[in-house]
Write a protein that binds this ligand. Sequence first.
Ligand code: HEM
Length: 54
Amino acid sequence: MGALDGRPEAEIAAALAEYRSGARPASVMGRIAKGFSEDESRAIAAYLSRRGPP
Ligand code: HEM
């Protein structure tokens, strides 16, 4: 189980949006997040939030 599995979708999406805009300080996530479009970031957040222990 990954560290983000089951975290609220809105939380993950907000973190990715802030990394993308630079609003959230980051060492590597800014660079990674800028590689995804808004739609892709939302899809990733939805996917991770729906994961969890079996
Ligand atoms: C699609 C892939 C990824 C997603 C969706 C993702 C998502 C996230 C999220 C949501 C956080 C915030 C966690 C929190 O505040 O609790 C975070 C932080 C972080 N992630 Fe990722 N991550 C991804 C890939 C990676 C990779 C490949 C690395 C390392 C090579 C990485 C390194 C980090 C680091 C170091 C932080 C802390 C903030 C920083 O200093 O940049 N992430 N990530």
